[in-house]
Design a binder for this molecule. Structure first.
Ligand code: DOR
Length: 425
């Protein structure tokens, strides 16, 4: 048995923070309370030596973080990331469950590919990884995949991430099928009729808001479940705020690079800040932070998009879109949202744990409770951090956050009762 002693537990269901011990047997939490070593010893005869104690005094203990939006690249782009490297990078970021996007090669558009990926995950991953199935074959937008079969094979959501499904009938169809399984459709909102004309990666904000408005309307029409990925603009936020008024199954996420960076905070001509949707204006960034404060944004998701050096060390027009963000997410978020005084720590933890768990219907995770998986993330909120991509476990060192100074870091991650990341001091 393992005892995490004396840490300050953050409970995202009640927002309470209290110094308590957590007793773990195998992969589950079996008890939460004060002075648990003594109690367990006294009550049912466990010898002290049966219990390994981790003294967590001075640290905050969160449920393991959950990211609804990562790109782990396997199968097909193993030179960018693998399940082996990506899962360890996630663990270092404090993440114990992630949803991986289907823009792999082959795409996650068939039962065979999802089953093949599940075997790789079982073999190589140190955390829980759940696939999102593709809405269309090859995420090319032309032919629908078999949504029901993908969900039955293990997809926890459906998405053509990286591309928008422009065909409205396909969107209606996927909303309908996903709803019968109580699964969300996750949308990358980018109006290709607009972006096709933009060689510059910084395409207009309407490209996002047009699709967000369209999908909210289609979802409402067929009574579906919609999760809008990486919201970046004022117009999209406004559409979501209105849409939430009449649809309780509408949720959305924001990425650290969108609420921490803007055209005034980063070199927009650098390939390392090239991402889709693009980093936006300072007024969009401030609007996004306000939306987080108001609770319009449900979750923080990284859109972790690792790329090899060559695809960033090249002319801007040829550079790949994306930021390797899983290992810097907590420090950037804590610094930009909590340490800066915008939101309380409990709200950040809710956006990283219980909210994503509910959206993806992940069982027995996202909270610290008796009977739940022992997925825990230990935080040192006094730590001074300077983001350094050279220290990333991820194969992708592509980040505009290099040199970013932050308070707060992940010092230990437990997945199903096992230590999967421990900061070396
Ligand atoms: O910047 C991005 N990179 N945005 C996406 O939607 C896809 C991602 C990738 O797969 O590299």
């Amino acid at each position: 048995m393992l005892l995490i002693a004396n840490g300050t537990i953050i409970n995202p269901k009640t927002d309470q923070m209290e110094q308590l011990d957590i007793l773990i047997k195998e992969d589950r939490i079996i008890e939460i309370g004060k002075d648990l070593v003594e109690k367990v010893n006294a009550s049912d005869g466990y010898a002290k030596s049966d219990i390994e104690v981790i003294d967590a005094k001075g640290t905050f203990v969160s449920p393991g973080f959950i990211d609804l939006h990562v790109h782990l690249r396997e199968p097909g782009f193993e030179y960018k990331e693998t399940i082996f490297t990506g899962s360890r990078a996630c663990a270092k970021g404090g993440y114990t469950s992630v949803v991986c996007m289907p823009n792999t090669k082959p795409a996650l558009d068939s039962v065979e590919t999802i089953e093949m990926l599940s075997k790789i995950i079982e073999r190589d991953s140190v955390i829980s990884i759940y696939p999102a199935g593709a809405i269309t074959l090859g995420i090319a937008g032309d032919v629908m995949s078999n949504h029901a079969e993908l969900i039955k094979a293990g997809a926890v959501a459906l998405s053509d991430d990286g591309r928008t499904t422009m065909n409205e009938d396909y969107m209606r169809a996927v909303f309908k099928v996903a709803k019968t399984f109580d699964k969300p459709v996750m949308t990358h909102s980018e109006d290709h009729d607009i972006t096709v004309n933009y060689k510059n990666a910084i395409y207009p904000t309407e490209a996002e808001s047009n699709i967000v408005e369209r999908d909210i309307a289609l979802c409402k029409e067929v009574d579906g479940i919609l999760h809008v990925s990486h919201v970046s603009t004022k117009a999209a936020i406004d559409a979501i705020a209105i849409g939430k008024g009449s649809n309780t199954r509408l949720t959305c996420e924001a990425a650290p690079h969108h609420f921490a960076l803007s055209d005034e905070r980063v070199d927009m001509t650098s390939n390392y800040s090239k991402v889709s949707p693009p980093i936006r204006s300072e007024s969009d960034r401030k609007y996004l932070v306000e939306a987080i404060k108001k609770g319009i944004i449900d979750v923080i998701a990284t859109d972790h998009a690792p790329h090899e050096k060559e695809s960033k060390e090249c002319p801007y027009s040829e550079a790949s879109y994306g930021i390797s963000g899983i290992e810097s997410a907590f420090s950037v978020s804590y610094q930009s949202l909590v340490y800066s005084g915008e939101i309380p720590l409990q709200q950040l933890i809710r956006m990283l744990t219980i909210n994503p768990a509910r959206i993806a219907s992940l069982k027995d995770v996202g909270s610290i409770e008796k009977g739940y998986y022992a997925d825990l993330t230990l935080l040192d909120l006094e730590a001074n951090v300077t983001i350094d991509s050279k220290a990333f476990i991820s194969k992708g060192k592509n980040t505009p956050f290099n040199g970013f100074i932050a308070k707060g870091e992940v010092i230990m991650t437990l997945h199903h009762g096992k230590i999967v990341y421990l900061k070396t001091r």
